[in-house]
Design a binder for this molecule. Structure first.
Ligand SMILES: Cc1cc2nc3c(=O)[nH]c(=O)nc-3n(C[C@H](O)[C@H](O)[C@H](O)COP(=O)(O)O)c2cc1C
Length: 463
């Protein structure tokens, strides 16, 4: 059997993910494995159509396609995202149709589910026969039991193809609404929102002024009584995506320093804003590869927040409600930055007037929340994600991410380990021996015990 492996690691042959493929190759040498370094060679693939067509030909001739990639900021890396965009832009979908496929990712399990969901939905969009996914931890291959489990998964894939077993679909095709957003009348000065001296920045990858997003940005901008800044990401000098050299792990210094303008842009514009709005058009089931490139390049701050303390949100054109996975990433990203997730305004629902009103109110809330310093509690997305980072940086990946470790020590991240929670420790020392006594268990009304401290707050006129 012939397998094509579309390698989504910018490291190419030096990829950890590809070691999983080499392992299968070692165990099943009777098959052919053709690894194509699509992420690493994306610039050449994009420029040279023949090179792209050759890859598509190999996909066409394969019995199975393996999407294999490292997690990059909750998704695939921008280079791989661009390759996926090219498949659709260059009408190469037919080569993928009815091909058996699996999705292999390696990561520290930080938002690997969102990347996996994305790739599964792309496989469905390409009408592939999706057998399943394998969200490996980067180091799984080093452990015998975990190697065995990967082998079982890969063998099931082979088995599936050999026996032509059925596969199920999970995603219906996207159905964007056909709607032209029309700009309403210009606002009177009296209706405009005072920026209160806040630095407001919109980052967008929209190049057209007359698209829905172009007009929505204009409307949003007009909501304010003074000029706000809108930066187009195509105007930022970005030479390329993150190449995973991990130089940043030691000191948060990107190896692109002096080679392009991204870091200067990020630090002087994005990081210094009080209010930051990301704007983009949905492209397949994410925003554009350009947007992804920005997210990946901002990873030089690795597992520390670079957009801390801002009011943030999104203006989006496209069928976001049909992609809850994407909405989850939007919210998670903001929560993990230590910023306040205010809202997402889209062109999906309502009339132009209703969208105008939403944009205006979005502007109002952003400024108001910034003025009163309102930060809503994190959800599981932010809380859970931070804990995965904290444990990883404290433990096995500390030697790689020394700068994170120092930051975490300085900012009390490790104080949130449960074993460092002095209050909980004292409470447990006192209460656990009591709760082991049968008589006390029977007498205790846990509901009332839980309420006791709350009642003190409710009943105290000074609180
Ligand atoms: C820019 C960048 C972003 C990353 N983002 C994530 C992430 O969101 N979640 C995660 O679990 N791991 C993340 N990682 C870790 C890699 O996915 C992991 O180390 C992977 O095994 C590398 O595989 P490769 O050697 O095949 O490239 C990231 C690494 C880099 C360099």
């Amino acid at each position: 059997m012939k397998f094509v492996v579309l390698n989504g690691s910018p490291k190419g042959d030096e990829s950890v993910t590809m070691q999983y493929i080499h392992y299968i190759k070692k165990k099943h040498p009777e098959h052919e494995y053709n690894i194509i370094n699509v992420a690493q060679q994306i610039k050449k693939i994009e420029k040279d159509e023949e090179r792209f067509n050759n890859i598509i030909l190999q996909v066409k001739e394969a019995d199975g396609v393996i999407w294999g990639f490292p997690l990059y900021v909750m998704l695939v890396c921008s280079q791989y995202k661009r390759f996926i965009e090219l498949i659709f832009e260059r009408n190469a979908e037919a080569a993928f149709e009815n091909k058996y496929t699996i999705v292999l990712s390696t990561s520290i399990h930080f938002y690997d589910h969102t990347a996996q969901n994305y790739m599964q939905s792309i496989s469905d969009d390409l009408s592939m026969k999706y057998v399943g996914n394998y969200p490996a931890d980067s180091w799984d291959l080093l452990w015998p039991k975990r190697r065995a489990r990967w082998l079982l998964f890969a063998e099931e894939f082979i088995n599936h193809i050999e026996n032509n077993y059925p596969t199920s679909r999970h995603y219906t095709p996207l159905n964007p609404r056909d709607f032209e957003y029309k700009l309403g009348k210009r606002l009177d000065d009296s209706e405009k929102i005072d920026t209160s001296g806040k630095k407001i920045l919109v980052l967008s990858d929209e190049t057209g002024e007359n698209t829905n997003l172009g007009k929505m940005i204009k409307r949003f901008k007009d909501s304010f009584s003074s000029e706000i800044e809108v930066i187009n990401l195509y105007d930022v000098d970005i030479k390329g995506g993150c190449i995973s050299c991990l130089q940043c792990g030691y000191d948060h210094q990107c190896s692109y320093i002096g080679k392009d303008g991204f870091i200067d842009f990020w630090e002087s514009k994005a990081m210094t804003s009080d209010i930051l709005v990301f704007a983009g058009v949905i492209k397949d089931r994410y925003l554009s590869a350009r947007w992804k490139m920005v997210q990946d390049r901002a990873f030089y701050m690795t597992h520390t927040p670079s957009l801390i303390g801002k009011q943030m949100g999104y203006i989006v054109s496209g069928p976001l409600s049909q992609i809850p996975n994407l909405a989850e990433m939007f919210q998670a990203h903001i929560e993990l930055q230590g910023s306040n997730f205010v809202d997402i305004i889209t062109d999906e629902f309502g009339t132009s007037e209703e969208i105008d009103a939403l944009l205006h109110d979005f502007a109002r809330r952003l400024v108001n929340f910034s003025n009163v310093d309102y930060f809503k509690p994190l959800t599981f997305l932010g809380e859970g994600g931070q804990k995965i980072w904290r444990d990883d940086v404290y433990g096995r990946d500390r030697f790689v991410f020394l700068a994170d470790h120092e930051y975490y020590e300085k900012h009390g991240y490790y104080d949130t380990f449960p074993q460092n929670d002095e209050r909980a420790k004292k409470m447990n020392e006192k209460l656990i021996p009591l709760m082991r006594i049968d008589k006390i268990r029977k007498k205790t009304n846990m509901k009332q015990e839980f309420l006791r401290p709350f009642l003190r707050v409710i009943e105290d006129p000074n609180k």
